[in-house]
Design a protein around this ligand. Structure first.
Ligand code: COA
Ligand code: AMP
Length: 649
């Protein structure tokens, strides 16, 4: 059986899914043909140990060549690869595949001149400009491993990543632009270098006209060489793509875990390329001549997979947007881009839609633009509430694809495979598992719950498909412990939900202390670690509470040390500033409540779930292990002043 092509649309998805289950190797070797291999794989998957597999073990390829050179070589060099649109500076630019390949080859030459080669790490800390795409693909060209860090993190978080990834080089810019302020990257990088134990060899700086600052400002005041991107380019010798084993790490991407130290998710090369090629064609319909606008950030997995690698491997056109869904300048920003670039697939987070809805509930802005090129709207990053689903579905007149995935999986675990078969959508559901993802609902003991509609832990039977993580950087034990131990034979997703009678998955929320604020994943544990740094704080708890715009927001509860005389307002301001300094503005941390004591069980466990239920105004559960129900009184007094019919259950 052939894999369905984008244009055929004749094979039902159930058949494709069945093929992937009954002949895993055959399915993925067939899918692998969509990628250009220097040495084509003869084996799809190899098991190394009871819990370890490798994809396409004898294959060799280069992802920069797959994203660029092969399209030029196939005569598509003049096709637009990248469209850059900055609402922050008013800049617009288009890059053909040939132009982008040349920029990447030159910058790879720059990196090589700095001693960067196969397996070396390069930390990329850049705003949403084409430089970020160039830097990532230049690393891939050399077989170097990039680690992109989101601009909204503080220097401390950057330092943690420097120490973990131990990069040879940092690539950065004079700064990023957020509404009303510049983000001073150089200052943050300088501070992070001071904080980190690892010694970086050089920092390559792109001097961005819109934000003052350059390498020269810092030269000489650290052991690190601060170098100017443009100057280095003058002598650059373009670098050719290096042949890389399929299983070689392509990148490390840090994500929040359940502890304060972020996990460096490691992605392979060949499996990722094959998975993205399959997804681009069958879920998003991206082929040469089609345009995708993924309104995310290169600092997140969505940016890696669906701004950079996926669209370019597929030979499509990708839009890189520096701006917000609202306020830059208005709630029509996305529709303007769809019209201007004839966008076919639009991808964003539900938060962005809610932000648009909040200011333009009637979608008046849509009247100003022609969005007839748009074929579907894709949403991920957090739960898409049915209300927003209906609003978008009714207002836009295109299929809405709510799909579920994680930094770890690299592409969607569940989605609607529109270009194989458009399955009927159900509000609140992320539709069905994609090939290779054997999704199960399991109970606390790891037994599969077969009954439809029963909520449990969402787990994926091993092995994971191509494209999913191959480990945690520097810590194989942590990978096994974090994901493979809870339910033997399964990868634990950390999400809870249920499958319905049609096999549709409903993802309801996390089972751990990870929260999702505006589609950004944060660990409440790491926020708590920061709050306890304040000398007045005795104890604290951070929980994720409902937020109409951002889905969730972090709410902190603290008790003070005895004898501390701190004005609550001052304390709150200091705690908010502390989180901003240690984690960064991305945490959007503003809520702090000072309590006399935290509600706890007899054994001292903080009642986070009950607290969350009280704050969210939903019926709350009082665990049997609670010593004295009155521990809830202060919270009830603060958050249940206008009782909403909730009672203990
Ligand atoms: N660099 C530096 N700071 C950043 C940043 C970046 N790349 N991105 C966000 N921040 C800052 C913001 O400026 C803000 O700082 P402030 O406290 O000084 O105002 C803070 O981080 C919180 O940002 P955010 O949570 O994004 O809130 P917002 O009010 O600025 O914007 C939305 C709200 C809904 C418009 C915005 O969250 C959004 O576009 N969300 C979509 C999320 C998304 O694409 N996620 C990707 C996963 S698919
Ligand atoms: P991240 O790794 O930052 O992409 O976050 C992954 C987490 O976001 C998942 O584990 C889910 O908790 C949540 N998530 C992502 N997409 C969805 C979705 N479509 N529906 C519900 N939750 C989602």
């Amino acid at each position: 059986m052939q894999l369905p092509s984008v244009s055929s649309g004749s094979t039902p998805y159930s058949e494709v899914d069945a093929f992937s289950r009954t002949d895993r190797s055959g399915f993925w070797l067939e899918a692998a043909k969509a990628v250009d291999w220097i040495r084509p794989p003869t084996v799809a998957i190899e098991q190394r140990s009871p819990r370890e597999w490798g994809w396409f073990p004898d294959g060799e390829l280069n992802l920069s060549a797959n994203a660029l050179d092969r399209h030029v070589d196939a005569g598509r060099g003049d096709l637009t690869a990248l469209l850059y649109d900055s609402a922050m500076t008013g800049t617009k630019a288009a890059f053909s595949y040939r132009e982008l390949r040349d920029l990447v080859a030159d910058f790879a030459g720059v990196l090589r001149s700095q001693g960067v080669g196969v397996g070396d790490r390069v930390l990329v800390y850049l705003p949403m400009t084409p430089d970020a795409v160039v830097a990532m693909l230049a690393c891939a060209r050399l077989g170097a491993i990039h680690s992109v860090v989101f601009g909204g993190f503080a220097a401390t978080e950057l330092a943690v990543r420097i120490d973990d990834a131990t990069p040879k080089v940092i690539v950065t810019a004079s700064g990023g632009l957020e509404p009303g302020r510049a983000v001073e990257y150089l200052h943050l990088v300088r501070k992070a270098i001071d904080l980190a134990a690892h010694r970086v060899q050089s920092v390559i700086v792109r001097d961005r006209a819109a934000v003052p600052g350059s390498a020269a400002d810092y030269q000489g005041d650290t052991e690190v060489a601060w170098l100017d991107w443009e100057e280095l380019l003058v002598d650059a010798v373009p670098a050719a793509p290096v042949s890389m084993p399929s299983e070689a790490p392509l990148y490390i991407l840090y994500t929040s875990g359940t502890t304060g130290s972020p996990k460096g998710i490691v992605r392979d090369t060949g499996g990722y390329a094959v998975a993205l090629a399959w997804a681009m064609k069958n879920i998003y319909g991206i082929v040469p001549g089609q345009t995708i606008f993924t309104a995310s950030d290169v600092g997140w997995v969505v940016g890696h997979s669906f701004i950079v690698y996926g669209p370019l491997i597929a030979g499509g056109t990708t839009v890189l947007y520096e701006g917000k869904p609202v306020g830059t300048p208005d709630a029509g920003a996305f529709w303007r881009i769809v019209e201007e670039y004839r966008v076919n697939a639009l991808y964003t987070a539900p938060t962005a839609l809610r932000a648009i809805r909040r200011v333009d509930v009637g979608l008046a802005e849509l009247e100003r633009y022609d969005i007839s090129s748009l074929k579907a709207l894709y949403l991920a990053g957090e739960r898409l509430d049915p209300e927003t689903w209906h609003w978008a579905n009714d207002g836009l007149g295109v299929p809405i694809v709510d799909h579920w995935w994680q930094t770890e999986t690299g592409w969607s675990i569940c989605a609607n495979p529109l270009y194989i078969e458009a399955l009927p959508a159900k509000a609140g559901s992320t539709t069905v598992p994609m090939p290779g993802f054997d999704v199960r609902i399991v109970d606390a003991s790891g037994s599969t719950i077969d009954e439809p509609g029963v909520e449990g832990n969402i787990a994926i039977a091993l092995p994971l498909p191509p494209g999913a993580l191959i480990g945690i950087w520097g810590s194989p034990e942590r990978y096994a412990e974090a994901y493979l131990s809870a339910f033997p034979g399964f990868y634990a997703t950390g999400d809870a939900g249920h499958l319905d009678e049609d096999g549709y998955l409903f993802v309801m929320g996390r089972t751990d202390d990870v929260i999702n604020v505006a589609g950004h994943r944060l660990s409440t544990g790491s926020l708590e670690e920061v709050l306890t740094l304040h000398p007045a704080v005795a104890e604290c708890a951070v929980i994720g509470v409902h937020d109409d715009l951002k889905g969730q927001r972090a709410a902190g509860f603290v008790t003070l040390k005895i004898g501390v005389d701190h004005h609550p307002d001052t304390l709150v301001a200091e705690l908010v500033a502390l989180v901003r300094e240690h984690i960064g503005p991305v945490a959007a941390f503003r809520d702090v409540t000072v309590l006399d004591r935290l509600p706890k069980t007899r054994s001292g466990k903080i009642l986070r779930k009950t607290m969350r239920q009280i704050v969210d105004g939903v019926p709350y559960t009082v665990p049997a292990t609670i010593e004295d129900v009155s521990v809830l009184d202060p919270l009830l007094a603060l958050f249940r002043t206008a009782e909403v019919g909730a009672g203990s259950s």
